[in-house]
Design a protein around this ligand. Sequence first.
Ligand code: CMC
Length: 459
Amino acid sequence: MTDVSTTDAALDLTPQQPALDDQTSDDTGPAGNGGRDTLTVTDNRTGQTYELEITDGTIRAADLKQINADGEGLATYDPGFVNTASCRSAVTFIDGDAGILEYRGYPIEQLAEHSTFLEVAYLLLNGDLPTEAELEEWVHQITIHTFLHENVKQLMQGYRYDAHPMGMLMSSVSALSTFYPDAVKIADVDNRQLQITRLIAKMPTLGAFAFRHAQGKPYVYPDNRLSYVENFLAMLFKMSEPTYAADPRLVKALDILLILHADHEQNCSTNAVRSVGSSQVDPYSAVAAGIGALYGPLHGGANEAVLKMLRRIGSVDQIPAFIEGVKAGKEKLMGFGHRVYKNFDPRATIIKKACDDVFAVTGVNPLLEIAQELERIALEDEYFVKRKLYPNVDFYSGLIYEALQFPPEMFTVLFAIGRTPGWLAQWSELVQDKEQKIARPKQIYTGHRTREFVPMAER
Ligand code: CMC
């Protein structure tokens, strides 16, 4: 940043246009600014003008520090990071207005149609689609790492009978750091790869154990003859049959759901993974933080909240009263709205289609009628239209999960299993990014300044 001028009288807040005479055909950029990618800022407290560099559509917040009228240096205030880029990333691209989601440049629609979850995981982690041999080796590596240490099983058995599976998942993932202490060697590329493989392989086993625990059923060990999703379903639902044979249409639907959840750039949980990972802790601890963030009802917990909401509404004739309550600010229409998508969520479109495929096997979920009518009414209502609130990925995913016989508490666990490759791809990118520093936001302090301690008897 450069301090370009100092004047006492520069108090005009109107953006200044250069005089036409100043513009020549040679040096004028698209905005008539001489082609410079800079921002000129005048601090009206001092009249001082600064020129800030614009790179990739951003200015560096640290450049503002030199605007220093009060001795503190200017900063930005951005609760929830609504307009702050925290990193450079080449993993996932989203255009919220156009409803575009791409992993490493591949549109989500194509991946959902042609790919598999493990292939997408490879893509996210490595940047390109695998060759046949690379995919075979990757699937093999994942398959041979699905088992858990018996002590992890014992740890999970120690939970109360009604423990929420997300709480169990979060703590068992963080416990893995104690089983693989080498995971702290995050600068070692082979070591990173091993921990990434382990975690993606073990997530379904942990999720299934958490599910069986709540049901009081014996845990089912992985069956390495099965595919990733088939094995997961077997660990969830197998009873005394020698091999659990899942319906291939349901396997495909669940595989698609995992693909849709695999990454979503800098969302709340990925930001948690990156923030915790920036301390250079091991990846299990960083991902456990991500699972904690995902647990919340405004993030991954939304699909569970959608199901509870639909059940509470109960019937189509109750919808108008419910909508009025939402508009009066009494509650939110869960599964609607998104920080980034302001037109439609492309994942919701794919999920809606998957709904049909699943219901063809399982029969229609009676809550579907309420969901469809709710969507129809909301999409015509000015309150939702004006605020650009559309169904998001969670609006219909819960209905599918329920049709697949998952209780609502398990929905976010499925989301976490799907998101693990994304978290790890972003973590891996962070670890290799020389620009990254330990996450340490500023605050605007609003509390008391130095006070004398008051003895108990005088308070
Ligand atoms: N129902 C009713 N009103 C809403 C909703 C909703 N679902 N979402 C946003 N609004 C209103 C909000 O009250 C505000 O109104 P006003 O301008 O009058 O104050 C306006 O819309 C803007 O909302 P916001 O809270 O500033 O938007 P945000 O970008 O901070 O929040 C969100 C995004 C997803 C947290 C929010 O839309 C929400 O809480 N939705 C319901 C929960 C949900 O479905 N979450 C899943 C998100 S998708 C899965 C994922 O990626 O995690």
